[in-house]
Design a protein around this ligand. Structure first.
Ligand code: FES
Length: 148
């Protein structure tokens, strides 16, 4: 399966790239298997994600999904952003090849990690709002969890 035009567009011209100087939430997630890292920055005010940017050191699909994910959560409330699934990001990109599905999971996790950081900075327990962040520590090739 080839990449869709939307994936190629967001890979070649990623939206919302870079650091956000006035960020009040920063999250970083990595995939232990491929080594790719996604860092997300948000400025949140009155429960609304007013601005969001990212830096991704990873494959093209990871860059495209981070770009689309930031577009989808910008201007949304925290609770709306937390409902954004990797499947929704993939759908917005007109799909990804099956071997690249895990890259979209990274984007979903980056949003959750960033919002967790927002709550942490306010002295609140993020797991109450965000839940436990999924992570895969499995090293072996046979691992089929969704982060690999
Ligand atoms: Fe690592 Fe895509 S191959 S995130």
């Amino acid at each position: 399966m080839a990449y869709s035009e939307k994936v190629m567009d967001h890979f070649a011209n990623p939206r919302n790239v870079g650091e956000l100087p006035n960020a009040n939430a920063v999250g970083e997630v990595g995939n232990p298997k491929c080594g790719d890292i996604m860092k997300m920055y948000m400025f949140i005010e009155n429960d609304v994600i007013k601005d969001v940017t990212f830096k991704t050191f990873g494959c093209g699909a990871a860059i495209a999904t981070s770009s689309m994910a930031t577009e989808l959560v910008k201007g949304k409330t925290i609770s709306e952003a937390l409902k954004l699934s990797n499947m929704a990001v993939m759908q917005a990109l007109d799909g990804l090849p099956p071997v690249k599905v895990h890259c979209s999971v990274l984007a979903e996790q980056a949003i959750k990690a960033t919002i967790s950081d927002y709550y942490q900075r306010q002295g609140l327990d993020p797991t109450i709002f965000v839940g436990e962040l999924k992570s895969c520590e499995h090293e072996d090739e046979s691992c089929s969890c969704e982060l690999n």
